[in-house]
Each structure stands twice: as C-alpha cells, then as structure tokens.
Design a protein around this ligand. Structure first.
Ligand SMILES: NC(=O)c1ccc[n+]([C@@H]2O[C@H](COP(=O)([O-])OP(=O)(O)OC[C@H]3O[C@@H](n4cnc5c(N)ncnc54)[C@H](OP(=O)(O)O)[C@@H]3O)[C@@H](O)[C@H]2O)c1
Length: 327
C-alpha cells in the first residue's frame, strides 16, 4: 500500500510517500481502507520528535481518518465490512490502510463526506465538551473563541452558533475573521492588532460568559480578565505556548476554570461522550458540517503538513487517499 513515511525526524519536506506492507487487524482492532486523513498540529510534533513521547523511525504520520471497514480483528463486534467509519490513532492514518483499536472507531454520521468525516471526530467532540459539558453554555450567552479560524476554533464557532450563543471570534487577520463570520460569529477581534480585553468588554458590556482557549500564550490572561463574574474559562490547548496567570483573577470574579483533554474525557466520561455524539449526529442531520478548507492528494502530503506548519490554513486540511467522497 502507499503511505506517507517519516524516515528521519524533521519537517514536512522530509516526509516521503512509499510502498509499504499493508497492516493486518489484530485482536480488538479494525482494519480500515482510508479515504481521507485530517492534518492535526501534533502530526508536526511527531515528525520533528518534539512530542511528549517519541515514535521510533520509520513511521506513518496522521492521527484522524475516515474510510471503510476492510477487516475485523478477533473479538470485534458491531461493525460490518464496508461500513463507513472514522477514527483516531496516534500515528498511521496517512496511508491507504490503517489499523485502529475498535474503541477508537465509530460509524460516520449520515451526511458527511469522507473529507468531512476525517475532520469531524476530534474537533467537534472537543468543541462539544468545551462548550456544553464543561462550558455549560446557554443560548444568547456571549462566548469568546480564541484561535477561532483554526481546526478546533472553527468547530467551536460553528457549534456555539448552532447552540444559539453569541460568538466573538478571535483570530490574527481580517481574512481569518471573515472565515469565522461565514460560520456565524457575531463579532470578530484581531488579537494581532486590537486590545483583546478592552474589545471583549466593549462588545459584551459585562464580559464574556464563556471563553474557550486553544491558544494560551499571552492571550489567555486578557481573555480571563474579560470574563464576567461567575463566568467559565475552558482551556483546551496551547498552540502559542503555556501561560502562567495570577490566581486572584479567578477568585475576584468567582470564575470557573476547567480543562478539557479529549482522550481522557472520552475514557472517563463515557455517558457524557455518548450524549455528545448523539447530539452532534442530530446537528449533522440538520446540516452541520466541519469547515474543510483544502484537500491534498497523498503524493502532496508534505505540502499539506507545511500549510499547517506555516499557520496559513483555516479550518481543517485533509489528505486524500482515494476518490471516494460520496454522501
Ligand atoms: N484538548 C483537546 O482534547 C484538544 C483536541 C484537539 C486539539 N487540541 C489542541 O488545540 C490546539 C489547537 O488545535 P487546532 O487543531 O485547532 O490547531 P490549528 O488548526 O493549527 O489552529 C490553532 C490556531 O491557533 C492560533 N495560534 C496562535 N498562536 C499560534 C502559534 N504560535 N502557532 C500556531 N498557531 C497559533 C492560530 O490562529 P491565528 O493565526 O488566527 O491566531 C491557529 O489557527 C492545539 O494546541 C491542539 O493540540 C486539544
């Protein structure tokens, strides 16, 4: 089978595409013919050997995929050969076939293309737990989404708008904010030029009810300072770096700060996660789709990774393994 390969640690330009032996489904796993794989920020960390854990060379990058079930390992129930599924792995998704634990694979909600299905599972479940399970978002409340034009950010904007909230998107250029307006954001703040705290207060009056933060860095503190009394601040990632913030800000305004880390939430909160998946599938049935901005063929996987490394992409970038993209 054809597969993207990391043979030396480095950058996107070092990734090659090779013919390698196809994997086989072992006990408890599912073999999937991959149609599409989404690019995620950690893919860049794995190929550079800068992730918390090292993946030994050579390996196939890619952590999110969609495709059809090709074989079931011993003991796996609930799937049929040919089922449209999407799932996550640590690495291995940017290939014509991948093996994943059955628990990390689920059926694609009716209505999503393969490219959309590959982009949906992690970003929308993270967005759901951040906004609803942890964020306790109510209709008409003001929610501020940092990094709003990125993969998880765009999912948060889209979902929050559909849940009836008033969304303030925060991104680093007018063009990126335009993408967020297209998703239904009520207002936009360019944090590369504007005063984040002041603008949130101007727009909301008393401050945000909820902040969802996948960026961190020097932006978390002004966003926390612009959260209203009794508001919520949900931290989900550090695309810009890990901030340190004085705890008195939390005390003074009785703010609830929560973290959401999808992998452990899914393991430890199965009921909440099942509810989230059900609600997300209903919203997909009503027309909700992840924002896929670019689709690259497998042979151009280096370009796809480079776009994310250069921070020029919006929404999700997908690598396509097959032409299948029927609805
Ligand atoms: N908690 C979870 O379970 C979970 C799940 C998925 C992802 N995440 C994390 O959430 C973060 C965002 O993921 P994503 O998939 O949305 O990534 P992404 O598509 O690359 O988006 C990240 C956004 O952050 C902004 N940003 C600000 N400073 C940055 C910097 N120094 N480098 C790169 N981007 C920067 C960029 O927007 P602007 O240029 O507009 O500022 C970018 O669009 C990552 O840290 C990821 O690991 C967490």
């Amino acid at each position: 089978m054809r597969a993207a390969r990391c043979e030396v640690y480095g950058g996107p330009a070092d990734i090659v595409v090779r013919d390698i032996e196809a994997p086989e489904a072992g006990p408890g796993t599912v073999l999937v013919d991959v149609a599409a794989a989404a690019v995620n920020f950690p893919d860049l960390l794995f190929i550079a050997d800068r992730y918390q854990v090292s993946v030994p060379l050579p390996f196939t990058p890619g952590s999110e995929f969609a495709g059809r079930v090709a074989a079931l390992g011993e003991g796996v129930e609930g799937f049929e050969i040919g089922d449209r599924v999407h799932g996550s792995v640590t690495t291995g998704a940017m290939a014509e076939q991948v093996v994943a634990p059955a628990a990390s694979v689920s059926r694609v909600p009716e209505g999503l293309t393969m490219a959309e299905a590959a982009s949906f599972r992690v970003s929308y479940l993270t967005a759901y737990h951040s906004l609803v399970t942890a964020g306790e978002l109510e209709p008409d409340q003001w929610v501020v989404v940092l990094g709003a034009a990125g993969g998880v950010g765009a999912a948060c904007v889209d979902l929050a708008v559909r849940l009836g909230a008033q969304v303030i998107a925060v991104a680093s250029s007018p063009e990126r904010l335009e993408v967020c307006r297209g998703l239904g954001a009520r207002a936009g703040i360019d944090y590369s030029r504007e005063d984040l705290k002041q603008r949130i207060k101007e727009i909301t009056g008393e401050g945000a009810h909820l902040v969802v933060d996948p960026v961190g860095d020097r932006w978390s503190e002004p966003a926390l300072r612009a959260t209203r009394w009794g508001g919520r601040f949900v931290t989900i990632g550090f695309a810009g770096g890990i901030p340190s913030i004085p705890l008195n800000l939390v005390l003074l305004k009785n703010i609830t700060v929560r973290g959401v880390e999808l992998r452990t939430w899914t393991q430890r909160l199965p009921e909440e996660t099942a509810r989230a998946r059900e609600h997300l599938a209903e919203l997909v049935a009503q027309g909700m789709r992840p924002y896929v901005s670019e689709v690259h063929p497998l042979e151009k996987v280096g370009d796809a990774l480079q776009r994310v490394a250069d921070r020029v992409h919006t929404g999700k970038i997908v690598v396509r393994m097959s032409e299948e993209d029927e609805r």
